[in-house]
Design a protein around this ligand. Structure first.
Ligand SMILES: Nc1ncnc2c1ncn2[C@@H]1O[C@H](COP(=O)(O)OP(=O)(O)OP(=O)(O)O)[C@@H](O)[C@H]1O
Ligand SMILES: [Mg+2]
Length: 251
């Protein structure tokens, strides 16, 4: 469902994404991890068509995201790294706006919008302006918007940020159910517990490259850890982040 081949993105002299090759299968939950600045958001923005690659080809649901952008976009839902909502629209109006953009029929919208608001416990706030929403409520609204047109592929950049524990549990269950129904999920996250429990495969980006790729067991083997190690230890071994004493000397 997602095919990335020889993808490179430069910002001037900086190579933010450096020759990535990756395939994600239908129904897979793929987790993209990596330190700040590794190139995760840049990769997701290219997948969604928000940024153009410098070179390489990206296909989503079989469509080239540059030359067949509309066909690709129609099949994907996006949760961006910042929960962007129009402040002067109510939650319900925002969802209606997004539904219209994606060509969701008025009957389907009338049914699905209240269902989504109820699922995310926003029912009592659907008539309130989004500017009055807390950060977590905005995140829930953006998640609802991404699910509204029942996309085949969900692209999620830090989808759990700002959610309360109940919201996190709900979203994990939603992701598992969608994956079982054949939806493909591509998620950037720093929450390793979520990646460990939810993702079928994990990629670790480092300096724009896909430094490690595979199941948790594959990553353990690469890091030369045994099966008792959690993803946090494996991640820190693979990204060289486990040495603190030098960083703490100025505290
Ligand atoms: N619009 C831009 N112009 C110039 N450089 C950029 C731009 N956007 C990102 N970069 C640079 O590209 C690199 C990758 O950034 P990116 O946002 O993809 O990282 P990330 O892995 O998502 O990080 P984080 O974990 O902090 O979200 C960084 O060095 C960043 O400074
Ligand atoms: Mg990012």
């Amino acid at each position: 469902m997602i095919e990335i081949s020889k993808l490179t993105k430069r910002y001037g002299d900086l190579v933010a994404v450096d020759g990535i090759d990756l395939k994600v299968e239908k129904g897979e939950i793929f987790g993209l991890l990596g330190p700040n600045g590794a190139g995760k958001t840049t990769t997701v923005k290219i997948l969604t068509g928000l940024l153009r690659p410098t070179s390489g080809v990206v296909r989503v649901a079989g469509f080239d995201v540059v030359t067949q952008q509309l066909e690709a976009k129609r099949r994907m839902g996006l949760v961006p790294d910042e929960p962007f909502v129009y402040p002067k629209l109510t939650g319900s109006e925002f969802l209606k706006f997004v539904g219209d953009l994606y060509g969701v029929s008025p009957e389907t919208q009338r049914k699905r919008i209240p269902e989504l608001l109820e699922m995310f416990e926003l029912k009592d706030f659907g008539g309130e302006l989004a500017e009055s929403y807390s950060h977590g409520m905005r995140q829930k609204l953006v998640l609802s918007a991404a699910l509204l047109h029942e996309p085949e592929v969900l692209l999620l950049d830090e989808p759990m940020v700002g959610l309360d524990p109940k919201g996190v549990r709900l979203v994990k269950e939603i992701f598992k159910t969608l994956s079982q129904r054949g939806c493909t999920l591509f998620m950037c996250t720093h929450i390793l517990e979520i990646a460990e429990r939810l993702c079928h495969r994990i990629g670790i980006m480092l300096h724009g490259r896909l430094h490690a790729l595979g199941t948790l067991d594959d990553l353990r083997a690469k890091a030369e850890h045994d099966t008792t190690s959690g993803l946090e230890d494996v991640f820190l071994s693979l990204t060289g982040g486990s040495e603190y004493s030098a960083l703490l000397k100025n505290l």
